[in-house]
Design a protein. Structure first.
Lengths: 275, 305
């Protein structure tokens, strides 16, 4: 019964992966009669660090890394807050859940692009209430710009946290209510209960959610780094070989970001246990 | 006495935890509604703008409620998108691969959950790898492969990988089914085997019916993800075949092509109308099947044990 999957894996995943590695080490020329592949060693990788196309890709990757650094903590914190709110005994819980999950259903690349282009993804209140001015006045320019851009993109950022909210709700529902009651009898307030009971229970889920968020951001179809990979495929001066090379470099960067995130989160976990 | 009264007032106002007490409640519902509004804001804006005519668009007084019901934007969008035809094609490259993918990943998940397969750990590692590895890495050879097979720029380039469990997010669905089938009691299968059922019958008669909720959730997610996907489809379907999402992506050129007017930027009302038309099918499905989407995530088994 596994054979269908195994067949598919060999044909549509494993074979392409190895071919891609080979392409990245080759000069691939498309012509009317077919493709010509000449082995060129690391030339494509060298080109990434020495040509204009390569530099603009590196810039896109750098932007992506900064995006991860900014967005992942925001998404995670927001998702936890909303999940905790939704897990309270409230009326219309189903209704609120339906709203918060809505973006997962409709947020495709083109739809988000439309929203951003037409200005529907910024909250007019941010401008009207002078939050922008306040940010400009309070922070040094180097900090003010990134912070302001977070406010500008707040809706888009929140729109990416639907699945994460559900992950955290699932984890919250596994916590035994009687633990809270026992803590309450011992005099713990809501704040203490949150840090001593809720957060430790969510620790594993934070890791899952962060990994999911990073991969989601990395493979989002409007991500500039990914757009580069596709655009270079058919660009005259670059082609399949160069494109494969930057795809692999992108994977290496992604793997490094994931590794750093996992290491950071698991070391935090240990620290807390020791104290 | 005063002490007691104070304590009582405190309890009414603050409560013993977040969801009790008047302050807590106000804060809780206030936050939920504010954040909920942030989520809904783009949709509301999109909808009201899509009903505005040119006069309303430029009139600064008309913000939320258009002065009249103006449906011309929708009519224009329907023509630009060639809605009927494109919708049918879109469904053929979303509904069908979603169905095929659900069947294949369920079989794979079942095999991993129920049988002693040699190298099971390796298979799991490879499945996870297909999730972690960005599609972009093996898109190019796939492109060449599909070209050789002659299925490039046809719907088959989407359908084939789905059939073989290598479609969009297949790894996640395999894990969902694995988790689901593993939780089914083995005793049921054994009793069926004693009654003379072969493994395939056990799968069909016991495994599948019991896993109905997992099938529904997986199919729905698969459908929605295929619907929203544009990167792979724009590459493999080429320049001739358009899904609704791809039409939206190239809305300007599509608009100029359909109307014969050469504009650099159509007014936002028409674009919003087109966007609404494109999210409409999934929106309707979501509103009807909402419960299954939300529960679907709980089933993934990533939730811990």
């Amino acid at each position: 019964m596994l054979s269908i999957w195994a067949l598919g894996f060999l044909a549509f995943t494993l074979y392409p992966i190895f071919t891609s590695l080979y392409y990245s080490l080759s000069d691939v020329v498309l012509s009317g009669t077919g493709i010509q592949i000449t082995f060129v060693g690391l030339a494509n990788y060298r080109a990434v660090f020495s040509t204009a196309a390569g530099f603009s890709f590196l810039q896109a990757v750098l932007d992506f890394a900064i995006e991860v650094l900014v967005k992942v903590p925001i998404i995670t914190v927001f998702a936890i807050i909303i999940a905790v709110l939704l897990n309270q005994k409230i009326r219309f819980r189903g209704f609120f859940r339906a709203i918060y999950f809505l973006p997962v259903i409709i947020a495709s690349g083109p739809v988000i692009t439309q929203l951003v282009n037409q200005g529907a993804a910024t909250i007019p209140l941010v401008e009207q209430m002078g939050i922008r001015d306040w940010i400009d006045a309070t922070f040094v320019p180097a900090l003010a710009h990134p912070i302001a851009s977070i406010f500008d993109q707040l809706i888009v950022i929140l729109w990416f946290s639907g699945v994460q909210i559900l992950l955290f709700i699932a984890a919250l529902q596994k916590i035994d209510r009687s633990v809270y009651e026992a803590a309450m009898i011992d005099g713990a307030g809501p704040w203490e209960s949150f840090w001593k009971i809720t957060m430790p229970a969510l620790k594993n889920m934070v890791l899952v959610s962060v990994i999911f968020t990073i991969i989601n951001l990395a493979t989002f179809s409007e991500n500039p780094a990914i757009v580069h990979i596709k655009d270079n495929m058919f660009a005259l001066e670059t082609g399949f070989g160069f494109s494969s090379a930057i795809a692999w470099l992108y994977f290496v960067v992604l793997a490094m970001i994931l590794a750093v995130a996992v290491l950071l989160l698991s070391s935090f976990g240990k620290e807390r246990r020791r104290s | 006495m005063d002490q007691k009264k104070l304590a009582k007032v405190r309890k009414v106002l603050l409560g013993r935890n977040l969801s009790e007490g008047i302050f807590g409640r106000i804060a809780l519902y206030g936050l939920l509604i504010i954040i909920g509004f942030v989520y809904l804001f783009p949709l509301i804006k999109m909808f009201t703008y899509s009903l505005k005519d040119l006069a309303d668009l430029v009139n600064p007084v008309v913000e939320w409620i258009p002065t009249k019901l103006y449906l011309e934007n929708y009519l224009t969008s329907l023509i630009v998108l060639k809605y009927g035809k494109t919708l049918l094609f879109s469904l053929s490259v979303t509904l069908i691969p979603a169905l095929l993918q659900t069947v294949t990943t369920s079989i794979t998940g079942y095999a991993l959950a129920k049988f002693k397969v040699r190298g099971k750990r390796l298979v799991f590692a490879l499945i996870l790898l297909t999730y972690l590895l960005p599609q972009q890495i093996y898109m190019i050879p796939k492109f060449v492969l599909f070209d050789k097979l002659g299925i490039l720029e046809t719907a088959w380039s989407i359908l084939f990988p789905a059939t073989f469990g290598q479609g969009l997010s297949s790894a996640i669905f395999i894990l969902i089914f694995y988790q689901f089938f593993r939780m089914q009691p083995v005793a049921l299968d054994e009793s069926a085997e004693i009654d003379g059922a072969n493994p395939y019958q056990v799968f069909w008669k016991i495994g599948v019916p019991l896993a109905a909720p997992a099938y529904l959730s997986s199919f729905l997610f698969s459908f929605v993800w295929y619907w929203n996907e544009t990167y792979i489809s724009s590459l493999f379907l080429g320049k001739e075949l358009y899904t609704l999402q791809l039409k939206l992506l190239n809305f300007q050129s599509q608009f100029n092509l359909a109307t014969g007017i050469s504009q650099t930027m159509t007014n936002e009302a028409i674009r919003y109308a087109a966007t609404i038309l494109i999210i409409l099918p999934v929106l309707v499905i979501y509103l009807i099947m909402q419960r299954w989407f939300v529960e679907g995530i709980d089933r993934t088994g990533v939730t811990g044990e």
